[in-house]
Design a protein around this ligand. Sequence first.
Ligand code: ATP
Ligand code: MG
Length: 337
Amino acid sequence: MRVFARGFRLACDRIALVDDRAAAAVPVSGQPILPRRSRTTGERHCSAVPAPCLQLPAPGTYQQEWRHRVSRVIAVCNQKGGVGKTTVAVGLAEVYALHEGKKVLLIDADPQRNATSALAVTDPEFTLNDVIYGDPDNNFRVPAGAAADAITEAGEAWQIGKAAPHVIAAERHLAARERDQMLAREFRLRSALSGVSELYDIVIIDAPPSLGMLTVNALTAADWSILVTEPRASSFEGIGEIAKTMVEVSEAFNENLQVAGIVLNRLRRGLRDQENWALKIRNTYGDAVVEPSLPAREAFALAHAEARPLMSYGRSANTSLEPMKLVARRIWEGSNS
Ligand SMILES: Nc1ncnc2c1ncn2[C@@H]1O[C@H](COP(=O)(O)OP(=O)(O)OP(=O)(O)O)[C@@H](O)[C@H]1O
Ligand SMILES: [Mg+2]
């Protein structure tokens, strides 16, 4: 079965409308957009027929009930490691998809592939690395809509609730993309998502702990960003750095980029130092700080390690799930303009 067909069908199964741009991502001949990669050697080679990219489908191809979707693309970032970016990205994907029935695509842009494993995705045929590597036979360009080829569904443990999220997985070779030197390298993810993000209510990008090209690609592709941080001295200083990167990206590549909020993660109430830093962050960044903060809860780490959604633990996970739902609501409202 063709990968593209599979990816696109996954996307369409539960997805209502596609606008013209989304339609433009559909290769009419059904050929995959991405160059093929040998599973044994890892080498890439293009399909025998060049990617036919981007003709519009015939009128009436799409079902009448499909409607225009206003999607939002949100990058979850902070160059500081271990602050909870993946926990927030995966938690939001769970709330929006499993609990609220929204169409969610989670993109793992971190070569550590933590979101990929948290969503129980194993052995995907194509990953984000294939998507933004580009077409070697076409000057390494990334065809519009190429992301569709790499879409897969979250693993079995996630097939509960209203709708399982879709995923574009990461692999460790994605780290090499940080060093890409070609022209317009900041726009590769944005180009790949063109016509694909419109198929979803929300696209969440889990960025790596760096200010390199992968984070820049995530911010260039996004309409909104979420900064995740912890109530600590070192994390407080880090917010300024990522904020500076965001300003630079918005000035140079993406004037639409806005901050959906700063999520304070792993707050331990009763620890004076943490409460002081939480206060300082709130005083400094005001309304941008999302209320409530996310508490330190073992359930987050457990769910992550066992590649299961919090929902699958029943009521015992409620003290983790409830604040995540409130954060998700606040982010949704904050990004609704
Ligand atoms: N609120 C929390 N309570 C308890 N454990 C948490 C919480 N948030 C995150 N963790 C755990 O802390 C570790 C780091 O979190 P996570 O992977 O989400 O951070 P990250 O910012 O994505 O890290 P990296 O920068 O390496 O990508 C994980 O084991 C995760 O399960
Ligand atoms: Mg992470």
